[in-house]
Design a protein around this ligand. Structure first.
Ligand code: PLP
Ligand code: MN
Length: 383
């Protein structure tokens, strides 16, 4: 994609020393070194535990990141919506799982076309008519979907909760030409952000007891799930230890956000995944009470999470308080003065997934330099 908006103004800076602090803003910045460490850490944890990982693209919506995740060892990529999946397919990603049931014949037809055009798509189902809709679309386009039964182990969002329903649905799927029954999904979303490793382990174990019963019922019915997919950044280590899932679906680990910053993901209390996604903003004035005002508000950050930290180089110089759709106010740390007008700072993000959905490009930075711009192909695709 050709750069547009503020990205156009930043293109000439690519490769220049010191360019990172001269960005036109607001701009989404990816700290390449932190990002690469995050990628390697997930690959290493899963590799050592012998569990596969299929990262969730809902967090980044970016084909280049998906490619790098696959290069780091991921077995494929998850998507939350058909539009997100199609955008990544159009950008060259081929092994894709749609992690939510849908209710649209039009979208199912588009997905089947993508399969016929070379995608391997796995879909989740939680009702018989959806099985039939996928089967019919696959036959119509002379192709095949891989199908997973969506299980509700306590999230109360999608999925079947009863063993009989799971077995009936799996049998139904296994009988359809055009479908291949490959396994189940059990996403334990409520567990992910529980602070405290042992508290999180307890909640995960509770959901796993439900999952274990459902898996046993499927096994008894000779419908052994080859793939058991679920989990996220907050539970991936617990999932690797518990041994029920065959693959985890971590999303946020690539970027991290303040919603995850307080979560002791690795159970060591120390730093784990680092804050690779930042929003660069510029001090555009000072309020009458002397606070630095920056040029980013709710149109540049999704606000549903704890307040961002403001970074000037390696230093945390304050936190952001929102004061409008286009403005934020820096509350400086103790003993720090308000930053001068024109200063470009980077802010961590309250919640990474909806934040990246506000940006067309990632400004990739290493050290003091802007090194590349990556398009966020599926930005805006909540369809
Ligand atoms: N899998 C599913 C089905 C999800 O909905 C999500 C996030 O909402 C994830 C995985 C990734 O979670 P996280 O960003 O916490 O790693
Ligand atoms: Mn999230």
């Amino acid at each position: 994609a050709a750069p547009s908006g503020v990205a156009v103004l930043n293109v000439p800076l690519v490769g220049q020393a010191g360019s990172r602090s001269r960005l036109e803003t607001p701009a989404a910045v990816l700290d390449l070194d932190i990002f690469e460490r995050n990628l390697a850490m997930m690959a290493q944890t899963c590799g050592q535990a012998g569990i596969a990982f299929r990262p969730h693209a809902k967090s980044h919506k970016c084909a280049e990141i998906a490619r790098r995740q696959v290069a780091s060892g991921a077995v494929g990529i998850c998507c939350a919506k058909p539009g997100e999946l199609m955008a990544l397919f159009d950008a060259g990603i081929r092994d894709l799982m749609l992690t939510a049931p849908v209710a649209s014949a039009v979208k199912i037809d588009l997905l089947a076309r993508a399969c016929a055009a070379g995608a391997r798509i796995s879909v989740v189902v939680d009702r018989p008519d959806l099985v039939m809709a996928y089967a019919e679309a696959a036959s119509r386009h002379r192709t095949r979907f891989d199908v997973m039964i969506d299980l509700d182990t306590g999230l109360n969002r999608s999925g079947v909760a009863g063993a009989n329903d799971a077995v009936d649905l799996a049998r139904h799927a296994a009988q359809q030409a055009g479908l291949r029954y490959v396994g189940v999904q059990a996403y334990q979303g409520r567990v992910q952000h529980i602070d405290g490793f042992e508290a999180r382990r307890g909640a995960n174990a509770e959901a796993n007891r439900v999952l274990a019963e459902l898996l046993a019922a499927l096994r008894r019915a000779a419908l052994v799930p080859g793939v058991v997919s679920g989990g996220g950044t907050g539970s991936h280590l617990l999932d690797a230890q518990a041994g029920l899932l065959t693959e985890v679906q971590p999303g946020s680990y690539v970027f991290m956000d303040e919603a995850y910053n307080s979560v002791d993901i690795h159970g060591k209390g120390g730093p784990g995944f680092g804050p690779a996604l930042r929003i660069a903003v510029t001090v555009v004035g000072h309020s009458s009470r002397g606070f630095a005002i920056v040029d980013g508000g709710s149109k540049s950050f999704a606000l549903d999470g704890p307040a961002p930290h403001v970074l000037l180089g390696q230093d945390v110089v304050g936190r952001v308080e929102w004061c409008g759709d286009e403005f934020g106010r820096i509350l400086p740390g103790a003993g720090l003065d308000a930053l001068p007008i024109g200063t470009v700072v980077e802010c961590t993000v309250p919640h990474c997934d909806p934040t990246i959905n506000l940006h067309d490009f990632l400004h990739v930075a290493s050290g003091d330099r802007l090194v590349a711009l990556w398009p966020v192909e599926a930005r805006g695709r909540a369809d």
